[in-house]
Design a protein. Sequence first.
Length: 148
Amino acid sequence: MKNLFFLLFFLFVSNCFCQSKLLFDYDNTGNQIKRHLIHIGNKQNAHPPKNIKTITDSNLTKVDIYDDIKYYPNPVKEELYLKWELANDNKVLSIDLYSLSGQLIKKVNDLDKSNTYTFPFQDLPQAIYTLVLNYSNGEQKSLKIVKD
């Protein structure tokens, strides 16, 4: 009886302080290409998201399959900061945000003169989204973004 009580207490305490969550990355055809195990610990020790104005290049995450796109943070709570490099006069004309079911949520135009954009996620529900960057040469690059 004492061992059973100790086991139940241990399971309760370990569940309160740390949980695990699996996140997946998918390619354009929907195939799973990467799996991430995320440990969610005590929220009191969690770091608040950085202010967009204080983000440096060291904070940005480089996209695995694209060398010219960086972003911060993912998972996102309020705003996603995007930065891309302009090469050979190939400019980003627009950014499309799609839900997991393929529904267009938001479209941002007139980006041909900039190489950064702060995408608002405050009003969107928790889900996985696809962000598509449309280039002037007709190329499209997509990112999987998790709204937490």
